[in-house]
Design a protein around this ligand. Sequence first.
Ligand code: CA
Length: 222
Amino acid sequence: MKILIVEDDRDLAAQIATALGQAGYTVETAHDGVAGEYLGATETIGAAVLDLGLPGMDGIEVLKRWRGAGLAFPVLILTARDAWSDKVAGFRAGADDFVLKPFRMEEVTLRLATLIRRAAGHATVELVAGGLVLDTATGLATLDGMPLRLTAFEGRLLRYLMLHKGRVVSRTELSEHMYDRDSDRDFRSMEVVIGRLRKKIGEARVETRRGEGYRFMPGDPA
Ligand code: CA
């Protein structure tokens, strides 16, 4: 799952990027409104963290353009001003939630996890497929109650597959959510990681559909 951060305070943007990276997300960062608007409109992203006061184009205008273009990904707004008028303008422009500066990073990661889960149609913090459980807030997974040791990449992959369990996810869609813009999107290495993940969670949980992609089983495999 890729998160776009649009924040002109570079230190703050880097702190958020680090926290989201640790929470198991892929991150793209823009430091002005024009670049942020462009990345949101052209990259496949799962959610955005958007500052309101930005050089080039303010956050409300960025959000209006995304929504005007039919982009529905969840947007968490960061604002330094506890002004009701900013919140009204933000919600009218299509924001999903707000965080007031200064904030704790945990608040951003928790609110984002909630927005992403809801956008994918899940009502609880945990994603469940039979005996396999993934806590989307902490990134920790268990199989039949036993903790699973997953690498960051395996965790990202599992999260995306479980959010979309039961439907076929193409390799292109998966790679767009798993890799940074600049990295090579290597389908063969994706296949290798899927193989390692299968060994940890059970081979039959991820079905390969030849020529189509992967399907995550909604329950325990028979
Ligand atoms: Ca700012």
